[in-house]
Write a protein that binds this ligand. Structure first.
Ligand code: S3P
Length: 438
């Protein structure tokens, strides 16, 4: 993050139109660098997200002795060092804003022959790490945290980890992935059981790198001691970034947008189900696959929305999309109820609190509960809202501004660059009003 920065976002009072290329998937980009670094041989990554989060992960692997070339934007050539080839870093490793970076690296670094320290920015330094240090400790890992299980993580490398059979309490792909990455190094078998299936990119990608791993929704198991074979990865466009345009085009009258080749992993697309249940008009065209991941163009047209009760079983499949969903709900006719979403309180900000407060400022009645909220759709006014340095909150309110009766000021937006560099330019090109900076 490059200092505090605010936006004042207006609407151009025109339909949103065009064909957009959304940047690469954040989850896939993090994992592609990690696994390519651990592989034997050279891997090429195409469509790599040039966001601050994923660049921080790449920079960490450079510090761990991995040569990573950037032949052009969104491309990386990673000279893998093998599972046993990482080198001790010469100082602390900075994950920036990235929970995925820190939690996955915790699993990987716990199994090394050297010690390391993971630090993060202000927001990441408030996020819970016991969910990973707990199961890793059962494998024999030694990780010291700050008070309350918070970062920084001081990792005392232990190459003698043991596999575990772990039944996770929270549905978290980051926790599952941290345990599986440690399991790659552990003696015997590591099994992860989830209370609800989460995104399976780590499992799919480990298999693409030649690892023998068995997985089905909610369950993954692998044996330690395996090597990875370099492979090329094509990163699909990030559904979570596309989500803002799906909602924007749905709520701005007369809009029609085509979002090209968006990743549609079923563990990511809960928002499509929710928006369609609300009456959204979103069609999938040109279906294909990018490196084993389903992708399609999403063509979204304006449609009147109505409130729904969001089914709790799809919450994990849309866990990053609630800021966008809240804006859709604010513009829908009637009431929308969200429940079973307490995890939103420990994201880059407390997203239930951030969205509820901001929407109230813009005139929407919101009843916040411990694990969700009840929203009454209505007319959005202008106002000044806090993003709490959370990229997705900032982008969500810029979407709300497109139908608000006045300008929307959004505080602390610099972190949009963590996941969606160039968001304001792309949005402006699609017909959003101005994003003035202050
Ligand atoms: C991610 C998993 C999710 C998600 C995050 C990315 C991943 O977090 O919210 O943006 O890449 O594994 P949790 O594992 O905390 O649910």
């Amino acid at each position: 993050m490059t200092g505090t920065q605010d936006w004042v976002v207006s609407s151009a009072r025109q339909p949103l139109r065009g064909e957009l290329d959304i940047p690469g998937d954040k989850s896939v980009s993090h994992r592609a660098v990690m696994l390519a670094a651990l592989a034997d041989g050279v891997s090429r990554i195409d469509g790599f997200l040039e966001g601050e989060d994923t660049r921080a992960t790449a920079a960490i692997f450079s510090r761990l002795g991995v040569r990573i070339e950037t032949p052009s934007a969104s491309r990386r050539i990673v000279h893998g060092v093998g599972v046993d080839g990482l080198q001790a870093p010469d100082g602390v490793l900075d994950c920036g804003n990235a929970g995925t970076g820190m939690r996955l690296l915790a699993g990987l670094l716990a199994a090394q022959t050297f010690d390391s320290v993971l630090v993060g920015d202000e927001s990441l330094s408030r996020r819970p790490m016991r969910r990973v240090t707990g199961p890793l400790a059962r494998m024999g890992a030694r990780i010291d945290t700050a008070e309350g299980g918070l970062p920084p993580l001081r990792i005392h490398g232990n190459p003698g980890l043991r596999g575990i059979d772990f039944a996770a309490e929270v549905a978290s792909a980051q926790v599952k992935s941290a345990v599986l990455l440690a399991g790659l190094y552990a003696q015997g078998e590591t099994i992860v059981r989830e209370p609800h299936p989460t995104r399976d990119y780590t499992e799919r990608m480990l298999r693409a790198f030649g690892v023998d791993i068995a997985f089905s929704p909610g369950l993954a198991r692998l044996r330690g001691g395996q090597r990875l074979r370099a492979t090329d990865i094509r990163v699909p466009a990030d559904f979570s970034s596309a989500a803002f345009f799906l909602v924007a085009a749905s709520i701005v009258p007369g809009s029609r947008l085509r979002l090209r080749a968006v990743g549609l992993n079923p563990r990511r697309t809960g928002l499509l189900l929710a928006l369609r249940a609300m009456g959204a008009d979103i069609v999938e065209e040109n279906r294909s696959e990018h490196g084993g991941e389903p992708v399609a163009d999403l063509v979204v047209r304006h449609a009147p929305l109505h409130g729904i009760q969001v089914p709790e079983q799809i919450v994990p499949d849309m866990i990053d999309e609630f800021p966008a969903l809240f804006v859709a709900a604010a513009c829908a006719e009637g009431t929308t109820v969200v429940s079973g979403a307490a995890e939103l309180r420990v994201k880059e900000s407390d997203r239930l609190a951030s969205m509820s407060a901001g929407l109230r400022t813009l005139g929407i009645p919101v009843d916040e509960t411990a694990d969700g909220a009840t929203l009454q759709g209505g007319r959005l006014g202008g106002g000044f809202v806090q993003s709490h340095g959370d990229h997705r909150i900032a982008m969500a309110f810029s979407v709300a501004a497109q139908v608000a009766t006045g300008e929307v000021g959004i505080a602390d937006v610099a972190n949009v660059a963590t996941s969606f560099p160039g968001y304001d330019r792309l949005a402006g090109g699609a017909g959003f009003g101005t994003f003035s900076r202050s």
